[in-house]
Design a protein around this ligand. Structure first.
Ligand code: NAG
Ligand code: NAG
Length: 317
């Protein structure tokens, strides 16, 4: 090997370790919606929702790209006894190793019955392709939740370098039953002010996560904590703070639990999480039945929308 080659190799190794990423795909603005498939099937989480096609969403004003941001909302005008109209977008491309950066001035605000999420999922039978939830919450929660759902043998260490506030389970295996000690994935809950109206009040911000051979890291930034390179074509995560959630790969959970990830945005209502009696009536102190509330109170959902400034995908060196 020539000395130059060795030097170059050393340089490459150093930059790989440093966490440098280059822009590889931009979902864009005017063409944003062309990069997604609109899912119109029944909600797999049993929500009181009707996912509509791109053309229906456009004509009903549920999506738009007018102005400098992308808007994705729900029907907040009509009663909706057959399920409230909303969209579920799934990216046409999938990525196995990448850094995803979503800059969003506004996310769906606190309201009884809402369940918004930005997440990704691998191929094949769920949960064997691996699911990564990076922005998720229900009803009036002001705390974001990060969760992995995987096939067997994916355990997280009890002690991890992350700023998240609590851990629900370190077992990501979603094939186990609750009585077997698993079944809900491995969730990390964030600090107050990282979700819903609380996040919006702080001026919005950004969500980022990366998938590397060494693990998955996720960050939630608010307007006042945005890294200086968040909007640039070249990002150095080594300069970013400790992640809000960290899921390391290793002998207790190999990286191959995660296939190429399809990105997903959706807003659903009620269903398995937001609509369960304890969560809806007790935790959130929401009135009556979730289905009735969502059906007959369209105005309660005027704040149930995403405003997206940009969504970009980066590749590490
Ligand atoms: C956590 O981060 C500190 C400081 O960067 C480092 O010294 C330590 O080894 C890390 N611990 C783990 C478990 O990764
Ligand atoms: C929705 O249903 C409620 C209860 O039946 C009714 O009072 C209200 O007028 C309806 N609103 C619309 C916009 O149809």
């Amino acid at each position: 090997m020539s000395k130059l080659f060795v030097a170059l190799l050393a340089l490459l190794c150093v930059s790989a370790v440093a966490g440098k990423y280059q822009l590889s795909f931009d979902f864009g603005k005017q063409n944003f919606f062309d990069n997604w498939n609109f899912f119109t099937g029944n909600d797999p989480t049993n929500g009181h929702v009707k996912f509509v096609s791109q053309s229906e969403a456009k004509s009903a004003g549920l999506i738009s790209t007018s102005g400098s941001n992308i808007y994705m909302g729900v029907d907040h005008t009509n009663n909706a006894t057959d399920g409230r109209r909303a969209v579920r977008l799934q990216s046409k491309q999938a990525w196995s190793r990448a850094l995803f950066v979503l800059v969003l001035p506004h996310m769906p605000g606190a309201a009884c019955g809402v369940w918004p999420a930005f997440w990704s999922n691998g191929p094949g039978t769920w949960p064997y392709g691996g699911e990564i939830d990076v922005l998720e919450g229900v009803n009036k929660l002001g705390t974001n939740q990060y969760t992995l759902h995987t096939g067997p043998n994916c355990q997280m260490p009890a002690s991890r370098n992350m700023t998240g506030k609590w851990v629900q389970s370190n077992n990501c295996d979603n094939t186990m039953t609750a009585s077997g000690g698993g079944g809900a994935g491995c969730a990390v809950g964030d600090q107050d002010g990282t979700f819903g109206s609380a996040f919006n009040k702080r001026g919005g911000g950004a969500i980022a996560y990366d998938i590397r051979d060494s693990g998955i890291r996720a960050w939630t930034f608010t307007k006042d904590t945005l890294p200086s390179d968040i909007r640039s074509d070249s990002i150095d995560t080594a300069q970013w703070p400790q992640p809000n959630a960290y899921f390391p790969f290793g002998s207790s959970c190999s990286a191959d639990h995660f296939g190429a990830q399809t990105l997903i945005f959706d807003i659903t209502f009620c269903g398995d999480w937001a609509g369960s009696n304890w969560v809806y009536n007790t935790q959130a102190a929401c009135p009556g039945s979730c289905k009735d509330f969502v059906s007959y109170n369209p105005k309660a959902f005027s704040n149930t929308y995403w405003t997206i400034e940009s969504l970009k995908v980066y590749q590490g060196n």
